[in-house]
Design a protein. Structure first.
Length: 288
């Protein structure tokens, strides 16, 4: 479960992202930016699972090449144009390249080399591509002599299993009962819980903006609120909302958290201003 501080921090980031967005971005898109740190952890976990599940894939391409060599005559007979032969060779090359790409992805992620998250998405795409190529070639396999057909089909099934696991890593939410994905499910659940809690807070503040702004202006003592940054104003609104509308949050905690947020986002001067203003608000409006 996310801490109260994490929820407040995420709420402030969401307020700022909504106010700063120059496009009609949805909260889903904004949230991806806000939770990038959590997304980074999630993607690292995906690479780890992917690397474990792809062990042994590199050894399959040479076996496929050997099995297809025994089917040369059948491939030529089935397709005299040579297109099928070229596609089978393309598949062998693509499989070998993908296995190498997966191995490099694991190494790059461990080394924290920039760009590995883009490579992760590319790995998902390449897996889909080779899977489709295999599907396109299955029509030719049935023309092979029985023993060769059985050998190539067995190899295809192994590769299908590898790519099925790639798909599971790509979309773990579709496989909630897969034990090997338990860590991914837990990480994703924590991210969703943080979002849900932060959106509850932002909804509470947003539904009381007029009241909160009036209280802030009254406590500002002739201070021009237009001088405040969007972040600092959001922190004040959140602090005032907790002081006046959230009975489960002690006033001292609300003020202290707002000070820490201001210090973290804007610096010491902002923290001092937030402290002074919320102290005045607490004297006149505190619930506790």
């Amino acid at each position: 479960m996310p801490t109260r501080h994490q929820v407040r921090e995420a709420a402030i980031q969401l307020f700022y992202a909504r106010a700063s967005s120059q496009t009609a971005e949805s909260d889903d898109e904004l949230w991806e930016l806000i939770t990038d740190r959590g997304g980074l952890t999630f993607d690292r976990a995906r690479v780890k699972v992917l690397g474990h599940w792809q062990n042994g894939r590199a050894a399959v391409a040479p076996k496929l090449l050997k099995a297809l060599a025994a089917c040369t005559a059948a491939i030529s007979a089935a397709d005299p144009t040579g297109k099928a032969a070229r596609l089978f060779q393309e598949l062998v090359d693509a499989e070998a390249s993908l296995a190498e790409f997966m191995g490099n992805l694991v190494l790059l992620t461990k080394a924290d080399t920039g760009g590995w998250r883009e490579d992760l998405n590319r790995a998902f795409e390449r897996s889909s591509e080779v899977n489709k190529l295999r599907d396109d070639l299955r029509v030719h396999i049935v023309t092979f002599p029985p023993l060769q057909e059985q050998a190539v089909t067995k190899i295809f099934e192994k590769l299908d299993a590898f790519d099925k696991r790639v798909e599971m890593t790509r979309n773990p939410a579709k496989y909630p009962d897969q034990r090997e994905l338990a860590h991914l499910h837990k990480t994703r659940a924590q991210m969703l819980e943080l979002r849900n809690e932060a959106e509850k807070v932002t909804a509470g503040v947003s539904s009381n903006l007029k009241i909160l702004n009036d209280i802030i202006e009254a406590a500002a003592e002739n201070y021009d609120l237009n001088r405040l940054s969007r972040v600092d104003l959001s922190i004040l609104r959140l602090g005032v909302w907790e002081i006046t509308q959230a009975p489960d949050v002690p006033t001292a905690v609300a003020i202290n958290e707002a000070i820490n947020l201001a210090r973290s986002f804007s610096g010491e001067e902002a923290a001092c201003f937030v402290n002074g203003l919320l102290d005045r608000v607490a004297k006149d409006h505190a619930l506790s």
